[in-house]
Design a protein around this ligand. Structure first.
Ligand SMILES: [Zn+2]
Length: 198
């Protein structure tokens, strides 16, 4: 019987040692990898610094964007106007109902160009976009792809809210900290804005 116990103990010990070796090996491997990545980081410090700046702008205080406050400047995209017409919502009034503050909808040149391209069917949308209560923002980029234009604008200036119903654009905006989205749900406007407590 003692012989049997002895065998069992030996087997267990061997297994323990093999497991220990494996984990130790893994650990050393990871350590080497980490050292490699650190070396890589050291090689090119300027790139990382740029990224850090882009991630945490000075106007961001924890999760709140201190640059946002009434009057709210709201970048409107093409579909947002079209859906508002379908839902019979007045753009400026519905924005104010949503945020309880003065709102200035902003139309970029490329959104205007998109509306003009859509033709006669969307002439109501075009007329709304030319409303004097809307701010007109000039574009300096090539082409008329509005999504890229809006994303670039909010990356540079964190003073806008983006009004859109486009799923892809919403996903892109959500990744940018401090930029709230305005969308349409249940026949009214809603917003993902976080208010700064006074
Ligand atoms: Zn543009």
């Amino acid at each position: 019987v003692t012989m049997l116990y002895y065998n069992v103990i030996v087997v267990l010990l061997r297994r323990f040692i093999s497991v220990y070796k494996l984990t130790f090996y893994d650990y050393s491997q990871k350590e080497q990898d980490r050292a490699k990545t650190q070396k890589k980081k050291k090689e090119d410090p300027s790139v990382i610094k740029e990224k850090e700046v882009a991630k945490y702008p000075s106007c961001m205080f924890f999760q709140y964007n201190t640059q946002l406050g009434p009057p709210y400047y709201i970048l409107v995209d093409t579909n947002f106007i079209n859906f508002s017409i379908k839902a019979k919502l007045d753009v400026v009034q519905s924005m104010m109902d949503c945020l309880y503050a003065k709102c200035v909808p902003c139309i970029t040149d490329c959104v205007m160009a998109e509306l003009e391209k859509l033709g006669m069917k969307f002439r109501v949308a075009l007329r709304i976009a030319k409303d004097p209560r809307f701010d007109r923002l000039p574009c300096s980029h090539k082409g008329t792809y509005a999504d890229d234009c809006l994303v670039q604008r909010v990356m540079q200036h964190k003073c806008y809210i983006v009004a859109t119903v486009d799923r892809d654009l919403k996903r892109r905006i959500r990744k940018i900290p401090g930029v709230p989205i305005m969308y349409i749900s249940n026949h009214r406007y809603s917003s993902s804005i976080r208010y700064v407590s006074p």
